[in-house]
Design a protein around this ligand. Sequence first.
Ligand SMILES: CC(C)(COP(=O)(O)OP(=O)(O)OC[C@H]1O[C@@H](n2cnc3c(N)ncnc32)[C@H](O)[C@@H]1OP(=O)(O)O)[C@@H](O)C(=O)NCCC(=O)NCCS
Length: 340
Amino acid sequence: MTVETTIRAAITGVHGHLPDYVLDNAELARIVDTSDDWISERTGIKERRILKGEGLGTSHMAAEAVRGLLARTRTSPQDVDLLICATTTPDFVFPSTANIVCDMVGIRNIGSFDVQAACSGFVYALTIATQFIGTGTHRKIIVVGADKMSAIIDYTDRATCVLFGDGAGAVLVEPSPNGCGIHDTIIRSDGAGMPYLHQKAGGSRMPPTAETVGKRLHYVHQEGATVYKVAVARMAEVAVDLMARNKLTPESLDWLVPHQANRRIIEATAERMNLPMERVMMVIQKYGNTTAATIPLCLWDYEQQLKIGDRLIMAAFGGGFTWAGAYLTWAYERSVGRFA
Ligand SMILES: CC(C)(COP(=O)(O)OP(=O)(O)OC[C@H]1O[C@@H](n2cnc3c(N)ncnc32)[C@H](O)[C@@H]1OP(=O)(O)O)[C@@H](O)C(=O)NCCC(=O)NCCS
């Protein structure tokens, strides 16, 4: 929907967290029948991070990202008035990971909830935050995208285990300080895509049993070729729609911030937008597909290069199928204001 009501929301800070353990392609080639050449050529991924440690779930990474965000933006936990966590790998079915993260970082008595839209989750959650700021009811919202994909990846399935990694990225969303911010968002879905990308067991349709565990049904099931085709079509569709709706030419755009699933999907999206790759954020080589964390991790990685007024389009695609996008102008610079 076009955001032309009331108060413009803006991202006013970003922070990320990546676990220390680096799982590179060479190590994966010792686990499954694959090679650095195959993974690099087909996906662009060289390495990804894995969260190790007894009892550590998605909340651990999300809380680290949120703590860093609070420190960098000099925001007190008492001043945050909503926290939304986008994740497909919550610590528990319930309570929500958002609830747990609030407790871990000392944020009390506010609304918090998870958003489940697979790899589009961060843009979905950002869209929700934009509405809460727009109506004037909330002034400091944290949106965190976090996933511990290693918890649901089958490390005997070479077609999926090479793709994913663990990580978290958080942004602060506030009323715009200068007119820059989120101008337009799109969220879409098609549940007919379920068979091609889902986790078969563990939910209410097929609760966990010894048999479901034995049959390895608690892992990501993906039909890669179908997902690839739909991902290219939908990511490009949402990005091109946002350009048309907001009268943006390729020349007037500064950055594409794409979900990082596969370098070839990103390149195809940029090509359909007529955007050169120098203006496309890319971190997939270092982190793989971190699901809801890819877009905030891109922003975190490229933050030093972003200038006030830069025009960005975010585009994401994920299980569901879901796809989503946002058009925003960047509202702050690392070297000025409270970031000096
Ligand atoms: C998974 C993906 C990289 C596979 O690439 P692809 O070029 O489509 O490869 P295919 O699935 O056609 O498989 C080609 C061959 O490589 C093999 N292969 C699959 N994974 C492999 C691996 N890690 N190492 C070596 N060979 C592998 C397949 O078994 C197949 O062999 P075969 O021809 O003997 O049957 C690609 O389909 C993809 O990226 N899909 C989208 C995934 C995605 O984005 N998911 C998240 C959405 S948010």
